[in-house]
Every structure is written in structure tokens, then in C-alpha cells.
Design a protein around this ligand. Structure first.
Ligand SMILES: NC(=O)C1=CN([C@@H]2O[C@H](COP(=O)(O)OP(=O)(O)OC[C@H]3O[C@@H](n4cnc5c(N)ncnc54)[C@H](O)[C@@H]3O)[C@@H](O)[C@H]2O)C=CC1
Ligand SMILES: O=C(O)C(=O)COP(=O)(O)O
Length: 709
């Protein structure tokens, strides 16, 4: 189906699922795009990703690491809006998070898992997974009485059993520690296939739900495109994510997670090994001995004590290098535009400008990520500003140095020596002037390669990937907004409400100029800074787009997808006069410039309106058009507009009963006594066409619509 036939562009009356041709990817102009680097923006990495601004991603990412106090309180970022992303390929299986009783989890994971399962476990085509059996939502009061709790619980148990043999597939494309493989195997089918060519990776990826790589595998746009939408998580078993195309991952709704902490010490120790080894010519002297020589005067070194070391990039590795170098008696200065001066001062390190750092240093150690800003940061111009005889250590990325310029600087004597663990092209070509240079000590990207670090990284990434596949929250999402656990916990039922309101609103559309403009109004007692609506917006977007397209939407790609589809979602807040502690009083979703298959849902302004609130933890629909209703948003809903007269509930209830359709909730709202009323009926099953026809034939019913939640 062409794009113009798509309900998003030209609403289709029956709202059948249709496929859409994607436009070529464009820049996301998310509101957060140019967010300043502040503690708040540590939650905004996805915005940077969506807007294709690698520097911002990296800066915010790094910034995050600079604020350990913030990390402590907010170390669980929302990772995969959609739980069990592999499920689209296992339609009849149960999300794996249902397979593990909560008491087998660490307390925080347990809490977050249940929360995430309830709030985000939406599947693309099938019904949503039922709430976890060990935590049913509370019953709604008064008007909304659930009639079928027991049946629901039984259904959940049946699903659990049915889903037990369905496993996602994880492709491990580079050597990973055994402990990590073991963890993965407990949950998934694990395919360890090392040294794949780019073509082989693309061919294999269509059969995989997750991919784990280290630094050698390039995960480019073609990998995501080849996955056909199945790939839901890329795990980078290490820190640097420069080998993963984050923009493409985001566009494809694929979460990227890394393992940022387990190899810090290994990388720092390798930096120190290179620093000391280079200063004393250890590698060259060793090679000379092995060549049968004994060259004591040739390999006179330089001392470290009292020398100035400039640490470029004062993050995790840089700080550890600084700490160790101070122990060696060096004067340590550092350059890092995003690091905290207080933290540096507390370690006895002075933060200085880039030029000050490179011009004062006897040794320069590089520890920043490779981004478009740091690319070729050391070049002809910057080498010219350095002290003659400076020594360079690079355990970061080869690309931060202009390698041709370094060869020149080594030849001219500006740089006395260089110790390099990383190269722009790995492995460097056999005739690389740099790698073969006599003043260069080189190692083949060994920074993270200790037994301990590799086991740690393997466990860290396996947990992150398994968690993401389960839809749990994790602390290492690279391309999704980071929502602190406590915020998430509070927003959970509102997130569910938002998605369901989106789903309802879009199903009410029957034509017009297409779903282009959506206005979301949050009524809250909180100030803007106390209410983070990104998650809500993402899930409302999901609710609106998924019923009318074949696109899977999650928190990773919601803003991007909306923009791609020409869907403008504006948000506004109104101040709720309530003394309640809840973050939100209500959420209202309005779709402008459309016709509705249920005319009562249209306001005088021509917009479709649905509104809801959370009652006792359960999302409720409270308004349709100008009518007040009160129906718990579970199962499916039939909305009827009828003449307000006695017997209507019974009549419709009978029709459904005869068709064996179970009614879970009923609610009637009216504008004026004995005039017109709206009846909202919650049904567990999909009524047959016959049943719906019979409802339509009831004389007093003026219009009705069946809506799937
Ligand atoms: N050789 C190896 O095997 C390993 C290499 N690495 C590399 O080391 C890098 C650093 O790792 P971590 O310390 O764990 O990361 P990190 O994220 O904790 O630290 C990076 C620091 O660089 C800073 N930074 C960003 N842009 C900068 C700029 N333009 N100038 C100066 N500083 C800048 C950030 O503010 C941050 O403090 C990684 O990105 C990775 O590329 C990391 C581990 C092992
Ligand atoms: O963690 C990093 O950034 C590294 O560079 C380590 O790379 P590796 O996983 O050893 O290929």
C-alpha cells in the first residue's frame, strides 16, 4: 500500500493495518535537540541520537558519567518501551519476563520488572500480555467492576506455560567471556559466530533478536536494514559505541546498550603500562634482546616522577589513569569540557583548557570517546603547540589522532615517542608507517583485554541484553531517554493510560485530512520540571501509530517515527486544582481535522477527544467527546450513543450474553436526563459481526463503535 493510502496520511474507514513506505530518513528536530548540558539533560541522550548529533550524545553520555551522585539516584534508564521485543516473531509465545517468579530477582530488578511489564509490555500485533499474575491491578471503584478476574488469572497461567519453549536468538559476533555466554543461554538461543564478514552478518541478522559485538564489528545502517525489524537490541560489550550507527539503530527502534564500567580498570592499567613501558623503552629493548643484541645505552629512558601528564578526557578511564599517575609522582592536569572541576580538584587534578593541557604536558594520555568533535583532535596544528619531546599515549580510539600528522611529528622530533593501543584502521595495514615507526610502541587494542575485565564485561552486557529482551529497565541504554526508576514507577499507570488513549482516539478516526495533528493535554498539579512527559508522549505516539500501521513504535523511535509519518504531537499542561500527590490528574488526547466513525467523539472544534485518568492504579476512560464516562481501560470497548431511557444496559448486555461475549465493565454518561447518553461497555472478547449488527439494530441506539485496546 502506498504512503498516501495509509491511514496516517489519509484515514481509512476500517482502520485496517496497512504498510507504509518509509521516507528517507531525515533529521529529527526533537524539542530536546539542543538541550544544554545540565544534570537534567543526562536523561536526553535519545534526543541527541534522533537528531543525529553524535557529539551531543557523547557529551551527555560522558556528562552522565561525571556525576556519580546523579548516577546513583537515576541509574535505571528506561530501556525498551516495548517489552519482549522478540515477540513479534513469536506471536503466540509469552513474554519471557513471565517465566521468572519475582522472588528470583534482586529487589530492584523485581520491582522494575513488574512495573515495566505492566506499563510497557505491548506487542505489536497481538494482544498485550496480561498483567503479571503476582500483581494484578487493583479493582476500579463504583461504576467499573471487573467481572472476570479469575478467568484472567487462568489465562495468564496458560500463556506462561504456552510460552515456555519460545526463546529469542542472540547472535554473539565477537569473543565474549564464558560467564556472559552462560547467562545468555539461560534465556536465549545463543549463536556464537565470530569473524563474520559484513555480508554474512547482514545475512544472519534477520534471524536474530539481539546482537552482541565488541569493537571489531561495524554495526552499520545496512545491518539494521537487513534485520527486517527483528533485531531489537544491540549490546556493545565494552564502552566505545563508535562502531554502532546509533542514528540507524534509533530509526529502526533498536535499543543499543553498552557495558560501560567493567573494563575501566583494565583500560587504565593498560594506559599506565604503555606510559611506563614507553618511557623505559621496554618493548624496543625486549625486541632487541630477542634479536641477540645487548643495547644498554640505546635504550636509556626518561623518568616519570615530577613530569606533567595531561589526561585528555577525565571520565572513568581518564580518572583512573590520573589516580595511578599521581601515585607515580607525576603532576597531573586534565582537559575535559564536561567534567566536574570539583571532582578533579578532590583528586588533586587541575582541569585546564585544551591548549593549556597540550602545551604544558610532558606526557599526553587520551581518554575521550571518538566523536565528530574529537576526531583528529591531535593534528598538525595541535602538535605544533606541544612541548618538543612530548610523549603520547592513546588507549582511546585511533581516530582521535590524525595519524599522518603523528608520523610527521615523530619524524620531526616534536613527539619523542607514542604508545598506541588503537588505530584508525584496525588492524593497521601491513605497511602502516605509524605502527612500524621505531618511536612507536604498539599493542593490538588490548586495553580491555584482561581475564577479569572480559568476564566482567561479558556479564554486564549479557545482563543488559537479557534485561532489554525481557523489557526490563537497565542503566546502560545508549539511545533511549533515561528515566530514573522512581519517576518511572510513578508514571507507570499513566504511561499505560496514554497508550490506550492514543489507541482509542485513532480508532475513532474515519476520514478527514489524515491523522496529522495530535494535541495532548496533561492536567497536573506539578510544575513542568517535576513532570517528565517524554515517556508519556512516546507511548501515546505508539498508541496512535501502531493500530494504523505496520510500524513498531517504542521509546527509542517514537519521536522519529512520528516525524517520519508527518504526525505532529503537541503537548500542553494545565494546572489541576488538586491536593493529590499523583503526578497527573488526567490526560487528554485530541486529534484535529478528522472525521469520526463515532460522531459523539467530536467536539465543537472538530477534534476527536478522549480523556482518561488513573484510579487506584488502573487507567480509566473518563471522557469521549463532550460526554463523561467511567470505564476501566481493560479488554476492548463498545461505545454507544443512545436515547437515555431505561433498559438499555440490559438490552445490549443480553445481545452480548447471547453471543457469549463477556462484559467486564459498563458505564453510562449523559448530557441531559432522558435525552442522549453514551454507554461505554468493556468486553473481554471480540464480538462477532452478528452481535455488533444486533446492537446497531436496537432502535434507541443512534451510533456505536467497537474499539480494541
Ligand atoms: N583500548 C581499549 O580497549 C578501551 C578503550 N576505551 C576508550 O576509552 C574511552 C573512554 O572510556 P571511559 O573513560 O570509560 O568513558 P567515559 O565516558 O567515562 O569518559 C569519557 C570522557 O571523555 C570526555 N570528553 C568528551 N568529549 C571530550 C572532548 N572533546 N575533550 C575532552 N574530553 C572529552 C567526557 O566528558 C568523559 O568525561 C571510550 O570511549 C573508549 O573509546 C575504553 C575502554 C577500553
Ligand atoms: O570498551 C571499549 O571501548 C574498547 O575499546 C574495548 O574494545 P574490545 O571490546 O576489547 O574490542
Amino acid at each position: 500500500m502506498s504512503t498516501t493510502n495509509s491511514p496516517l496520511f489519509n484515514s481509512s474507514p476500517n482502520l485496517t493495518r496497512s504498510s507504509h513506505l518509509l521516507h528517507s530518513p531525515g533529521q529529527c528536530t526533537c524539542a530536546c535537540r539542543h538541550a544544554p548540558i545540565s544534570p537534567r539533560t543526562i536523561y536526553d541522550r535519545s534526543a541527541a541520537v534522533a537528531s543525529c548529533e553524535p557529539d551531543l550524545i557523547s557529551q551527555q553520555h560522558q556528562h552522565h558519567h561525571d556525576h556519580s551522585s546523579i548516577i546513583t539516584t537515576s541509574s535505571f534508564f528506561y530501556k525498551a518501551a516495548r517489552l519482549s521485543p522478540w515477540k513479534s516473531h513469536h506471536q503466540n509465545s509469552t513474554p519471557p519476563y513471565l517465566l521468572h517468579p519475582p522472588d528470583q530477582r534482586a529487589p530492584i530488578t523485581r520491582k522494575l520488572t513488574k512495573m515495566a511489564a505492566l506499563a510497557f509490555s505491548t506487542t505489536r500485533f497481538g494482544a498485550k500480555p496480561a498483567p503479571l499474575p503476582w500483581k494484578q491491578p487493583a479493582l476500579a471503584p463504583a461504576f467499573s467492576v471487573s467481572l472476570r478476574r479469575k478467568e484472567r488469572e487462568r489465562a495468564v497461567r496458560r500463556l506462561v506455560v504456552a510460552g515456555m519453549d519460545s526463546k529469542p536468538t542472540v547472535l554473539v559476533a565477537e569473543k565474549l567471556g564464558e560467564a556472559g555466554i552462560k547467562l545468555l543461554k539461560e534465556f536465549a538461543n545463543v549463536d556464537c559466530a565470530y569473524n563474520l564478514s559484513a555480508e554474512e552478518l547482514c545475512a544472519k541478522i534477520a534471524l536474530c533478536d539481539a546482537l552482541i559485538v565488541r569493537s571489531a564489528t561495524k554495526v552499520g545502517r545496512e545491518v539494521f536494514a537487513s534485520s527486517g525489524g527483528r533485531l531489537k537490541v544491540v549490546g556493545r560489550a565494552g564502552v566505545g559505541i563508535d562502531n554502532v550507527d546509533l542514528g540507524a539503530a534509533t530509526e529502526h527502534g533498536c535499543l543499543v546498550v553498552n557495558a560501560p564500567t567493567a573494563n575501566t580498570v583494565a583500560a587504565a592499567e593498560h594506559g599506565i603500562a604503555l606510559l611506563a613501558g614507553m618511557a623505559r623503552n621496554v618493548a624496543q629493548a625486549d625486541a632487541s634482546i630477542k634479536a641477540g643484541k645487548w643495547e644498554r645505552s640505546k635504550y636509556v629512558g626518561v623518568s616519570l616522577v615530577g613530569k606533567t601528564l595531561a589526561v585528555m578526557g577525565f571520565g572513568k578511564v581518564g580518572s583512573e589513569v590520573a589516580r595511578r599517575s599521581k601515585g607515580l609522582g607525576m603532576q597531573v592536569i586534565a582537559h575535559d569540557p564536561y567534567a566536574s572541576a570539583d571532582r578533579a580538584r578532590a583528586m588533586g587534578v587541575e582541569l585546564v583548557s585544551f591548549d593549556e593541557a597540550i602545551s604544558a604536558a610532558d606526557f599526553i594520555s587520551l581518554h575521550m570517546p571518538l566523536t565528530s568533535t574529537t576526531s583528529k583532535m591531535l593534528n598538525d596544528d595541535t602538535f605544533a603547540k606541544m612541548k618538543r619531546g612530548v610523549r603520547i599515549i592513546n588507549v582511546a580510539r585511533g581516530g582521535v589522532i590524525d595519524e599522518d600528522a603523528l608520523v610527521k611529528a615523530l619524524d620531526s622530533g616534536i613527539v619523542a615517542q607514542a604508545a598506541l593501543d588503537v588505530f584508525t584502521k584496525e588492524p593497521p595495514s601491513a605497511d602502516s608507517q605509524l605502527a612500524k615507526h621505531e618511536k612507536v610502541t604498539a599493542t593490538p587494542h588490548l586495553g580491555a583485554s584482561t581475564m577479569e575485565a572480559q568476564e566482567g564485561v561479558a556479564i554486564e552486557i549479557a545482563e543488559a541484553v537479557v534485561g532489554a529482551l525481557k523489557g526490563e529497565l537497565a542503566s546502560t541504554a545508549v539511545n533511549a531517554p533515561m528515566v530514573p526508576a522512581e519517576v518511572l514507577s510513578e508514571l507507570k499507570p499513566y504511561v499505560e493510560l496514554g497508550e490506550k488513549l492514543g489507541r482509542l482516539a485513532v480508532q475513532l478516526v474515519s476520514g478527514g485530512s489524515g491523522v496529522k495533528s495530535v494535541k495532548v493535554t496533561y492536567a497536573s498539579t506539578r510544575g513542568p520540571d517535576d513532570l517528565d512527559t517524554r515517556l508519556l508522549r512516546a507511548m501515546i505516539t505508539k498508541g496512535i501509530i501502531e493500530p494504523i500501521s505496520s510500524i513498531f513504535v517504542n521509546i527509542v523511535n517514537a519521536d522519529f517515527t512520528a516525524k517520519q509519518r508527518g504526525l505532529r504531537i503537541t503537548e500542553e499542561r494545565t494546572h489541576a486544582d488538586s491536593s493529590c500527590e499523583h503526578p497527573l490528574e488526567s490526560i487528554q488526547v485530541r486529534i484535529a481535522d478528522v472525521n469520526s466513525k463515532f460522531a459523539s467523539a467530536i467536539l465543537g472544534s472538530g477534534e476527536i477527544r478522549v480523556q482518561g485518568r488513573v484510579k487506584d492504579g488502573v487507567p480509566h476512560l473518563t471522557k469521549v467527546g463532550s460526554f463523561d464516562v467511567d470505564v476501566s481501560l481493560e479488554g476492548n470497548i463498545i461505545l454507544c450513543r443512545q436515547v437515555d431511557q431505561p433498559g438499555m444496559i440490559g438490552r445490549v448486555g443480553n445481545i452480548l450474553g447471547e453471543e457469549n461475549v463477556n462484559v467486564s465493565f459498563m458505564s453510562v454518561g449523559r448530557l441531559a436526563l432522558r435525552k442522549v447518553a453514551i454507554m461505554a461497555i468493556g468486553v473481554d472478547d471480540h464480538p462477532s459481526t452478528q452481535a455488533l449488527k444486533k446492537i446497531g439494530e436496537v432502535l434507541a441506539i443512534e451510533e456505536f463503535v467497537f474499539l480494541k485496546l
